[in-house]
Design a protein around this ligand. Sequence first.
Ligand code: COA
Length: 492
Amino acid sequence: MTSNYPILSAEEAAELIENNHLVATSGFTPAGAVKAVPVALAKRAKKLHEAGEKFQIRLLTGASTGTSLDDQMADADAVSWRAPYQSSRSMRQKINAGKIDFVDMHLSHLPQSVLFGHFGVIDVAVIEATEVTADGKVFLSTSVGASPTFLKQAGKVIIELNRAQSRSIGDMADIVLPAPPPKRCALTLDHPLQRIGKSYVQIDPKKIVGIVETNQADEVGQFAPPDELSQNIAGFVVEFLRNELKAGRIPTEFLPLQSGVGNVANAVFEGIGASPDIPDFYMYSEVLQPGPFSLMRSGRLLGASSCGLTLLPEHMQQIADDADFYKDRIVLRPQEISNNPAIIRQLGVISLNTALEADIYGHVNSTHVVGQSVMNGIGGSGDFARNSYLSIFVCPSIAKGGKISTLVPMCSHVDHNEHSVNVLVTEQGLADLRGLAPGARAKRIIENCAHPMYRDYLHQYIANSKPGHINHDLKHCFDLHQRLIETGDMLG
Ligand code: COA
C-alpha cells in the first residue's frame, strides 16, 4: 500500500533534483530502468539551459539503461559525469567529445564503491518498483542491479511505480546486501537458483519523497535473428563444449553458463538448445535475454540467476501469465551477487563474452576503439572472464567491411589480459589457448581465428619476435588502426 507517500507528476519529481546532484537510478540494461522522471529532467535541463542557467547531474545506474534515460539525458546535455556502463549512441558521442566524464568499471565493484563514498553522497535515488509498502518495503521491477544499495545510501528516494510491470516480477528478487569489509561474510550460494535473501529492500519510509505512477514497458530493442556469421561462431562454440564434455573436462551434469548480450550469444544458445549431446543446463549470468529464455519453456534451460530480464513485451506477458512456472526458475540478484567473483569461481561458470578486438597473444579489448573512443564499457565481462572456469571470447575476424582485422599484433587497450582468456572464437575457427606459451598462442590464434587476408601480416609480426615470446613492438598495432582513422571509420 502506497497511500502514505505523496503522488507526484514526473515534472514535480524532476523539480526535486538540483544542478550537480549525484542521482542514482534503477536500470540494468533497459530492464527496470526509470522512464518518466529522466524525460521530465531532460526537458527541465533544456528549459534551464535556454534561460542561461547551468543544469547537469552526475548519473549512476546499475549498467546501461533505456532511451528515456541515457539518450534523452545526453541529448539534453543534462549529464556531466556518468558511471559505471552505458550503451547509448548519444551518450557515447558526448563522452568521446569530452563533454561527459565517463567512469568505466567492473559492475560487481559498483555497490561497494557507493557504500564507501567513492563518488560522494547520493543526493537522490530514482528507482522503478512494482510495489512500495507504507513501512518502506520496496519491491523492484525487472532488474535489481545496484538499486538496493542506491535505496539505502540516497538522501532522498523517488519511486517510479510502474503498473505495466507484473507484480510477480518483484517476488523473483533475492536481495542480500553484504556487510562492508572486514565484516563481509562468505556467501553460501551453492546452486544458481539458491535463495539467500529477501524479495524486497527495506528502507526508512521517511526517505521516500514521492511516487510517480507510470505504465510503460521496458525499452528493450528487437533482437535481429542470428546471421550466418553468428551461427558460424556459435557452431564452433557448441562443438567445443561438446568435445569438452566428451573429454570429461566439463562434468556430465554440465556447468552454469554466463553470456553477454547480443546476436552471437543468442545464436550460441540456439545451438546449445538444439544439441542433444549437451545436457539441460543452468545459467549464472547478469542478463537473461530472449534466446536462453525461450529454452526455459522447453526445459533445456533449467533455471537462471540474473541481475535483470532483458526481454521483450511478449516474454514479459508469458511470465505474467505463468508466474508460478517462472518464479521457481528465475532469481534476480543485486549485481554484486550476480557478478560475484567468489560465486562465479565456486559454481565453475563457463563465460561467453564479445571482444571488440583481441591480440595474437590473447589479450582482449572490449571497450576502446583504437584505444581512444569508448564503445560501451567493460560491464560484467571482467567479473566473469577473470573468475570463470572457462572464459570464452568471441568476435568477427574483421570489422568495418574488412578494412580492419579484429585480431591485431597488440591490443590498443586491454580489458582482459592473456590470463583471463582461455578460448577465442571467430567465424574462421576456434583457438583453445589453454596450456600454450605466448609464441604458440600467437600461431594458433593467427591460423585458427584470423581472416585469411590478414594472416601473412600477423605471421610477419611474430617472425620479428624472440621465439616463444611476446613481441612488444607497439608500432605495428597502430599501422592497422591508422586505416580506420584515415578512412574516417572511428566511432563518434
Ligand atoms: N575496431 C574498430 N571498430 C570496431 C571493431 C574494431 N576492432 N570491432 C567492432 N567495431 C565497430 C563495429 O564496426 C560497430 O560499429 P558501428 O556501430 O559503427 O557499425 C561497433 O564497433 C559495434 O560492433 P558490433 O560487432 O556490432 O558489436 P556488438 O554489438 O557485438 O558488441 C562489444 C561488441 C564488444 C561492443 C560489446 O559486446 C560490449 O560492449 N562488450 C563489453 C561489455 C560486455 O562484454 N558485457 C558482457 C556482460 S553483459
